[in-house]
Design a protein around this ligand. Structure first.
Ligand SMILES: Nc1ncnc2c1ncn2[C@@H]1O[C@H](COP(=O)(O)OP(=O)(O)OP(=O)(O)O)[C@@H](O)[C@H]1O
Ligand SMILES: [Mg+2]
Length: 284
């Protein structure tokens, strides 16, 4: 069964005239890593909120179409039930911290407290999440004594500990330095390899190209494309949607270096490198 099915989803915020989502349809398989790209205001965050049920169960407004998670219609499912299936991580970790816990460990434990888990199970899950996000050494620290990057990793760990099937991340690395970003991408990639479905909005295009199975391109509330990174980044009209391809893809476009096997421009650095080396060897 498809993990996520979205059918002709339309949504308008309560005080807004325009639709933020204008009839979006797609399907996502279990364990896929999906990257969402598009310019500011394209509807990326709104779509994330529609997948978690915050739209329309928290934000209200005008809603049409359907979002199904494991066949369950999100609109008709209480957020408390959905939160066990879909976890969301926001851009700013400050908005996700309880503010009442004295240590990182307790902060991660908080979300698990109402799940009826045994002490051992709770400890196991917290230790697993701390390790996965490489924040074991901060476990006794006050959450507010962490850097932005460390705090974001704590926010992700809190979600991971709840073991949702799907994790939605809305620009989770925008506050992180390159090292912190790479750690988050690697951890999230590992989760997707373990079967978790990952949906990630990101402006760091090289990283999203490297890790995503498919890329969703949104513009003005519409789905323009939903395909492999090679296909999406090979589009000649990509820039008109406010999205820039990875720098090595751009270079290959300028030099007309196409992968003969796919007929497309490369989407990863490794692929671009191989193609450039090969094209130079052929010339020599
Ligand atoms: N709470 C709100 N009330 C009214 N309109 C909103 C609200 N939040 C977003 N919008 C509007 O909905 C549209 C889609 O916004 P959304 O935040 O989903 O875009 P986005 O792709 O996430 O942009 P960004 O890259 O800036 O995060 C925009 O036109 C925006 O102005
Ligand atoms: Mg956004």
């Amino acid at each position: 069964m498809k993990k996520i099915v979205v059918e002709n989803l339309k949504y308008k915020y309560p005080l807004s005239k325009d639709l933020a989502l204008k009839g979006v349809s797609f399907e996502i398989e279990e364990g896929e890593f999906i990257g969402i790209v598009g310019r500011n205001g394209a509807g990326k965050s709104t779509l994330c909120q529609a997948l978690t049920g915050l739209v329309p169960n928290f934000f209200f407004g005008g809603y049409g179409g359907k979002v199904l998670i494991d066949g369950l219609e999100v609109r008709k499912t209480p957020i408390s039930d959905l939160s066990l299936k879909v976890g969301i991580v926001f851009q700013n970790p400050f908005t996700q911290v309880t503010g009442s816990k004295l240590t990182v460990y307790e902060e991660i434990a908080f979300g698990l407290e109402n799940m009826g888990l045994s002490r051992e199970e709770m400890k196991e899950r917290i230790d697993y999440s701390l390790k996965l996000l490489s924040i074991e050494k901060f476990k006794d620290r006050n959450p507010f004594a962490l850097s932005g990057g460390q705090m974001q990793r704590m926010a992700i760990a809190s979600i991971i500990a709840m073991k949702p099937d799907i994790i939605v991340l809305d620009e989770p690395t925008s506050q992180l330095d390159p090292e912190g970003s790479e750690e988050v991408f690697k951890s999230v990639h590992k989760l997707s390899k373990e079967g978790m479905t990952v949906i990630m909005v990101e402006h760091k295009i090289e990283k999203i190209a490297k890790y995503s199975d498919r890329i969703m391109l949104l513009s003005e509330g519409k789905l323009i494309d939903f395909d492999t990174p090679e296909k999406v980044f090979s589009r000649e009209d990509l820039r008109s949607y406010g999205v820039k391809e990875p720098s090595y893809t751009e270079m290959c476009k300028e030099l007309s270096i196409i992968n003969p096997k796919t007929g497309l421009y490369p989407a990863t650095l490794e692929e671009a490198y191989d193609l450039v080396v090969n094209s130079n060897e052929q010339k020599n």
